[in-house]
Design a protein around this ligand. Structure first.
Ligand code: PD2
Ligand code: ZN
Length: 271
């Protein structure tokens, strides 16, 4: 929990300033200069969570220890952490589902792009040397089934999720440490947030077991999750803030290939 959450009054002030044409980066500086803690200032720039729903899926909560039945599919909890809010799951996908997703994605791979939050445009990024593609949400029965499973497991609506992304890493390819949320101080972020709001959680699903290398790493806490076919690492970040310790990356592949599917969850409907 934040030490001092954004108050309604602070949110009203932000709304007034935005109407007056102030950019979020300026508002953030003004709040910091006014003595607001970083987390409260960043929160005030985000829409408040919908009533009855927390701002991110609860992953490391007390519920669902051991083996979880998700619509007849057995998923095992292999590891839980509270900071970052993270679980490692076994058997989220069957081997057949992994192979099918790879077969559907392979012909559509292109050099991976990331969103440049200064412009809102996608561009090739040297920090990410994989090939990738996006499925539309619900594009085929397999995507629908996996989206439904993730929604049930994390208790987060299907329509709050982006379409599945598939990445292939070849030897030497990596994804340098980064945050998956959009940086609220970047000028292009408000445009990106108009569609679905912030990202609040990530599910990285391993579609194969690489021969060597390719762990998903969390440098702030020294955690390395080894990719194993069908396993997944899910982590939440209730605020777009480094204090969530959600910094993570894909370590270089040393031998063989690594295939993952990533699902990002948004705070609101993503249409
Ligand atoms: O492939 C991974 O391990 C990885 C690491 C960091 C994937 C992502 N980020 C991502 O898709 O955001
Ligand atoms: Zn990531």
């Amino acid at each position: 929990m934040p030490q001092q959450p954004a108050t309604d009054e602070l949110r009203r002030w932000v709304a007034d300033q935005r109407r007056a044409g102030q950019a979020d980066a300026e508002l953030l500086s003004a709040m910091r200069a006014g003595g607001w803690p970083d987390e409260a200032a960043r929160q005030a720039l985000q829409p408040p969570p919908a009533p009855g729903r927390s701002s991110a899926p609860a992953l490391a909560g007390p519920q669902g220890a051991g083996c979880i039945d998700v619509d007849g599919h057995a998923v095992t909890v292999l590891c839980r952490l509270r900071k970052p809010d993270l679980v490692v799951l076994g058997g989220l996908l069957s081997a057949h589902e992994c192979e099918s997703l790879i077969a559907l994605a392979r012909p559509r791979l292109a050099r991976s792009e990331t969103v440049d939050t200064r412009t809102g445009a996608s561009e090739v990024n040297a920090a990410r040397t994989s090939d990738g593609m996006f499925f539309q949400r619900g594009e085929n029965p397999l995507c629908q089934r996996l989206e439904q499973r993730i929604a049930r497991l994390l208790d987060w609506p299907v329509d709050h999720g982006e379409g599945l992304q598939v990445l292939r890493y070849r030897p030497g390819a990596e994804y340098k440490p980064h945050y998956d949320y959009f940086d609220p101080t970047h000028p292009g972020t408000p445009a990106v947030l108009r569609r679905g709001g912030q990202r609040v959680a990530t599910v990285v699903m391993y579609l194969n077991t690489p021969a060597r290398g390719g762990a998903t790493v969390f440098p702030d806490v020294g955690l390395e999750v080894q990719p194993v076919q069908g396993h997944a690492v899910c982590f939440g970040y209730a605020a777009p803030d480094p204090a969530t310790l959600s910094l993570h990356g894909g370590a270089p592949i040393i031998d063989g290939e690594k295939w993952v599917a990533t699902k990002w969850l948004r705070e609101r409907r993503f249409d």
